[in-house]
Design a binder for this molecule. Structure first.
Ligand code: G3I
Length: 297
């Protein structure tokens, strides 16, 4: 399955408030189609990657129109071609202390929490065949902050389901970091069961393992990274509602972590299943083992 890292975000799609630039998104959609790959969209509503005109243009009076127009146009453009859409991304951020753990954003400011409902309903109307995903970060580990994120995420999903909002899946980004505290298999297993209990599918949407804080020795880093892939996916794939696992990039040569989580020793980072020459690493083997052992679904 192919998911564009940037071409379906506002800053790439919406060069002006009245234009849509589908050039790179169309290239990737065609690439997926020509190579018999599924194609998924990321992301329709986010607090980041907003174009420069947005803060100068959006306000309480026009925000809903802008949101609906964006989703209707973009989802309509790719209707019938999409496995799924990340309709909203990272909308829960419990550490801000806002009601229901909402993340501050222009959407929340202008429209209140119901912008989420509006977004899913507009996406469903524009493409009834796409799986509509509530994509979230910071759900994997066991710090109190992450436990709060799981509680607030479940509460929001339950509210949406009770309101018959067409949300079909939770996307768990799974940007794993040995520094994020302990991974508690039991706690994470229960969380997945609670999500599945709402009738939702689950997708692991942006899996990678940063080695920013690991020792310099490449063998040690590769073993530790592979171990984290195996530990996490073994638990995730026990749940039959987990329908997809996507890494965020394939090769260490092209990873956001080179920029956003660079190593202090300036060594090239090694977070992904393939190295900079697209050769398989221990992480690839670890992922393959978890797929082999996973219950069929
Ligand atoms: O395309 C332009 C290029 O023309 C320009 O020369 C260059 C320098 O300004 O910027 C390029 O755009 C960059 C884009 O990545 C390229 O794909 C943006 O500046 C840069 O901000 C953008 O970063 C992306 C980031 O999201 C923000 O959109 C990362 O690649 C991408 O990995 C990251 O992905 C996010 C997910 O969407 C949500 N979950 C977390 C994940 C990691 O932060």
């Amino acid at each position: 399955m192919l998911v564009p890292e940037g071409s379906l975000k506002w800053d790439i799609l919406r060069t002006t408030s009245s234009t849509f630039n589908f050039t790179s998104g169309d290239w990737q959609a065609n690439f997926a189609s020509q190579n018999n790959m599924l194609f998924r969209g990321h992301t329709l509503v986010w607090h980041e990657a907003l174009p420069a005109w947005f803060p100068q243009t959006a306000n309480g009076q026009n925000a809903e129109r802008i949101l609906r127009e964006h989703i209707t146009t973009v989802v309509g453009h790719y209707a019938g071609k999409m496995h799924s859409w990340d309709v909203v991304n990272e909308v829960i951020a419990s550490w801000y202390g806002l009601p229901n753990g909402m993340r501050p954003s222009p959407w929340l400011t202008f429209l209140g929490e119901s912008y989420i409902d509006t977004a899913f309903r507009a996406a469903a109307a524009a493409d009834p065949d796409a799986l509509l995903v509530f994509n979230m970060n910071h759900l994997e580990y066991n710090s109190q902050g992450v436990k709060n994120m799981r509680v607030d995420t479940l509460k929001c999903l339950r509210r949406l389901k009770d309101a018959n909002v067409p949300v079909h899946a939770l996307g768990i980004q799974a940007h794993l970091d040995p520094n994020d505290g302990s991974f508690n298999a039991g706690e994470f297993r229960i969380f997945l069961q609670d999500v599945a209990g709402l009738g939702l599918k689950i997708m692991i949407t942006e899996l990678d393992v940063t080695d920013q804080s690991l020792p310099g020795d490449i063998t040690v880093r590769d073993l530790t990274v592979a171990g984290m892939y195996e530990e996490f996916l073994s638990v995730a794939l026990e749940n039959p509602n987990v329908i997809a696992v996507l890494t965020w990039g394939l090769s260490d040569k092209y990873t956001w972590l080179s920029t956003y989580k660079a190593r202090k020793d300036n060594a090239a980072v090694r977070p992904l299943p393939l190295d900079e020459n697209f050769n398989r690493k221990l992480a690839w083997n670890a992922i393959a083992r978890t797929f082999d052992k996973a219950p069929r679904r």
